[in-house]
Design a protein around this ligand. Structure first.
Ligand code: FER
Length: 315
């Protein structure tokens, strides 16, 4: 299920508790991807039947034991708080920034923008998925290019705190994730590029996310190949736009993207969202990597797919 408790959120409901809460709700008709965001619709979406096609299989080697745990002898990167002024929310917003081991202002780094899920915030990737351990290990082994990773709060609202459990699957919360597009493009990216020694072109900018953040990464990234050449959608949620809007210019994607990576677990009720995108991309001849792992809607899938995706970046 979709709920995670973070180090900074001791009061958050456990995944099991929240699943029970959602499953207890009265059943409704099958929700549409673009339908209203309600707890009932979310429950129905997570309960969609999973129908696997012949090509819905793993396309990556499984990660080695311990890949997402701090390893003795590996120099850790530094995770710091970055704040920026946003014309979307009308206030200061905070993001976490991962600086790789050996970080120096004498070099210029590529940047990965990494987006969280509907019940998370900027701490989800480090606190729940252990993204920093995954990257520390890959960079130490020379399997990933040293990069800066920016983990924003993707809920672009004046109050962007994690809502209480009964207000996670609401139109108001989901609206913040849609508003984030302008926050990212017009305010966060320029602020990051002014503050850090980064390479500020599409070939050195990646955008990826999990679930609600996967939908955001696909929505924003596929609409802006001039800004992001590397795009990853992990277990993307029903906020993923319908195809005609999601792929406005297949020719531009074919020409400009360096990598489009789609993944989902074969036990995740939201897999039909990613299957639909995969098949539409095939139909339109847009190259992409499709990776179906054996996970559900959970951190195992996200740490594994971050491990796969980040190795392929900026080469
Ligand atoms: C939904 C089911 C799940 C939905 C969003 C999600 C917008 C997001 C889940 C997550 O981010 O983990 O129906 O509607």
């Amino acid at each position: 299920m979709t709920f995670r408790s973070f180090d900074l959120l001791p009061g958050a409901l456990s995944g099991a508790l929240l699943s029970a809460l959602l499953l207890g709700l009265a059943p409704t008709a099958q929700a549409q991807d673009a339908g209203p965001v309600t707890p009932d619709a979310a429950r129905a979406n997570f309960a969609r039947p999973i129908v696997l096609a012949a090509d819905d299989v793993r396309s990556t080697p499984p990660p080695p034991q311990g890949f997402d745990e701090a390893r003795p002898g590996v120099a850790p990167g530094r995770v710091e708080t970055f704040s920026y002024e946003s014309g979307v929310t009308g206030g200061r917003r905070q993001a976490l920034v991962y600086l790789p081991a050996g970080y120096t202002r004498e070099r210029r780094y590529p940047v990965l923008y990494l987006l969280h899920g509907i019940g998370g915030n900027q701490h989800e990737w480090t606190g729940y998925v252990r993204a920093n351990a995954v990257l520390d290990n890959l960079i130490a082994d020379g399997k990933a290019v040293p990069m800066i990773v920016v983990m924003p709060n993707g809920r672009a609202l004046p109050d962007d705190s994690v809502p209480p459990p009964d207000r996670v699957f609401t139109e108001a919360n989901a609206a913040g994730f849609a508003k984030f597009e302008r926050d990212l493009l017009d305010f966060l990216i320029p602020a990051v590029e002014a503050a850090y020694p980064v390479r500020a072109d599409a070939r050195h900018r990646a955008l990826a996310g999990l679930s609600m953040g996967g939908g955001q990464a696909l929505n924003i990234g596929l609409g802006h190949p001039e800004t992001f050449a590397w795009i990853g959608g992990f277990s993307s949620a029903p906020n993923t736009r319908p195809t005609a809007e999601l792929i406005p210019d297949a020719g531009a994607l074919r020409r400009d993207l360096a990598l489009l990576y789609l993944s989902c677990g074969n036990r995740d009720g939201l897999i039909s969202v990613s299957q639909r995108v995969h098949r539409d991309l095939l139909r339109q001849g847009v190259p992409h990597q499709w990776n179906v792992d054996a996970s559900g809607h959970d951190r195992e899938s996200w740490s594994d797919n971050l491990y796969q995706f980040s190795q392929r970046l900026f080469r």
